[in-house]
Design a protein around this ligand. Structure first.
Ligand code: PEP
Length: 249
């Protein structure tokens, strides 16, 4: 039995004051059970949120990190710096980072390994572009990205990874993949994991869908057998909307 996980990705939105306000409002959903709730906030808000989220039932996530412990990497944040302030999850390889910040399959792999080493849960993002989709390459792309990102993991570590299947053309565009199509691609990812790490790992790993998920459409995704939650951008910025997503799961 896989517990669904609804993770909000705030991207580059919210000041500390705005983040604290969200945390207060989100406490209204503290008694919602059976679903894991996570908010991935900008670095500057993490420390304040770590306190402000107490009693809300929401766990704290970051949106990126470096894979090294420390060093001359101006502008970067290490896994232990995140751990120190109560971060439990970290998004790795979001398509916006792959697209705008030169994130590669190789750096994504290093970050997944580093996150696990430090006891952080990586939310690993994979997904195809519109061009790749139209060329019929979706399954090939997610296979390549998944295999590369998980290279070097032990089979028992795979259940500690959350994967987010996010078709790039559906992120922030209002265009979402149909629930059935998303489920088919997620089943491919699960199969890749079963081939590489065994049936047990394939059955246990949680795989979310992401891409224009809203309170109105979340139930259709979560009714699919292979979809274990959602990674949500825009609709996670408002606490009432986020709580509706959680309730809809
Ligand atoms: C995301 O940021 O990962 C995302 C899926 O964004 P949105 O829900 O806004 O499409």
């Amino acid at each position: 039995m896989r517990t669904p996980i609804i993770a909000g990705n705030w991207k580059m939105f919210k000041t500390i004051a705005e983040a604290k306000k969200f945390a207060e409002e989100a406490k209204a959903g503290s008694d919602i059970a059976g679903v894991q709730k996570v908010i991935c906030a900008p670095y500057t808000a993490l420390s304040a949120l770590s306190e402000a989220l107490q009693g809300s039932g929401l766990a704290l996530g970051a949106q990126n990190m470096h894979f090294e412990e420390q060093g001359a990497f101006t502008g970067e944040i290490s896994p232990s710096m995140l751990k120190e302030i109560g971060v439990e999850y970290v998004i790795i390889g979001h398509s916006e980072r792959r697209q705008y910040f030169n994130e590669t399959d190789e750096t994504v792999n290093k970050k997944v390994l580093a996150a696990l080493k430090h006891g952080l849960v990586p939310i690993l993002c994979v997904g195809e572009s519109l061009e790749q989709r139209e060329a019929g390459e979706t399954a090939k792309v997610v296979r390549t990205q998944t295999e590369a990102a998980l290279a070097g993991l032990e089979a028992e570590q795979v259940a500690d990874v959350v994967i987010a299947y996010e078709p790039i053309w559906a992120i922030g565009t209002g265009k979402s993949s149909s629930a059935q199509e998303a489920n088919e691609t997620i089943a491919v990812i699960r199969q890749v994991i079963a081939e590489r790490f065994g049936q047990d790992a394939g059955a246990r790993v949680r795989i979310q869908y992401g891409g224009s998920v809203k309170p109105e459409n979340i139930a259709s995704y979560l009714s699919q057998p292979d979809i274990d939650g959602a990674l949500v951008g825009g609709a996670s910025l408002d606490a009432a909307s986020y709580l509706q997503l959680v309730k809809g799961s």
